[in-house]
Design a protein. Structure first.
Length: 241
């Protein structure tokens, strides 16, 4: 039996930044007076992102308030990423440029297998959803990358009020499809967020690992695939009621 719905993570799974995050942060920072290496900025970003609370504020908040909270969350992460790496001549101007940069689909690229995969799932009658720890910019990114039209639902942490791996985020997405966890699967690239979160919520989970030793490896309701193109094969081997 096929799943009723398959959910996908966004960044890192269906699309990724055209250039490493640390490289872009560092390059854009130089005109603002900070000349730090990409490696140092990347390390600072990983530390800041790991230590930040979840990007999760809703539900029930008006959109305008959420947009402010999302920017403030990212502003704090970016500021912390550069701790000890220099002083900005105008940090606010730097952050504004950086926030716009990562909100522009031209600075991201879709996995070439993403659209063909999503199209094949839709043709098979499977509903498609997005579950992401992202902010509102994901809507424009999906549109600009030619992926928006495939989704029956989009659930992002900043609007839902929970961030992966919280099972409540998956529950909110399931409710939009009137689907049970047993009827559903989630695809992502992060074991601690996507696999652990899906498993805690009762969904089947598929981990995308580009350097996996096997094209498809299935163990019950957990699978590992080497690419997005291998997902239909994994779904065929996984149990769904």
């Amino acid at each position: 039996m096929a799943p009723k719905v398959v959910f996908f993570d966004a960044a890192g799974t269906l699309f990724d930044a055209r250039h490493p995050i640390g490289e872009s942060y560092a390059r854009i920072a130089r005109p603002y007076g900070v000349d730090a290496s990409a490696d140092a900025v990347a390390a600072g970003f990983r530390r800041a992102f790991h230590n930040a609370g979840g990007l999760a504020f809703g539900p029930g908040r008006p959109p305008a308030e959420l947009r402010v909270m999302e920017r403030d969350w990212w502003r704090a992460v970016v500021r912390e990423s550069f701790r000890g790496l220099g002083a900005f001549a105008d940090f606010d101007a730097y952050f504004d440029e950086l926030f716009r940069f990562f909100g522009d689909a031209a600075n991201w690229r879709a996995d070439p297998e993403a659209a063909p995969l999503l199209r094949s799932l839709k043709r098979a009658g499977i509903e498609i959803g997005l579950i992401s720890n992202f902010d509102y910019r994901v809507y424009a990114l999906l549109d600009g990358l030619g992926l928006a039209g495939f989704f029956d639902s989009i659930t992002i942490s900043s609007e839902a009020g929970w961030a992966k791996p919280a099972p409540e985020l998956f529950g909110a997405a399931l409710a939009r499809h009137r689907a049970t966890p047993g009827q559903s699967a989630h695809v992502g690239d992060a074991p601690h967020l996507d696999v652990a979160g899906a498993e805690a919520a009762g969904l089947a989970a598929i981990l995308v690992e580009p350097h996996a030793p096997e094209r498809v490896a299935v163990n019950g309701r957990i699978a590992r695939v080497a690419s997005l193109a291998a997902i239909p094969e994994a779904l065929e081997k996984m149990p769904f009621p």
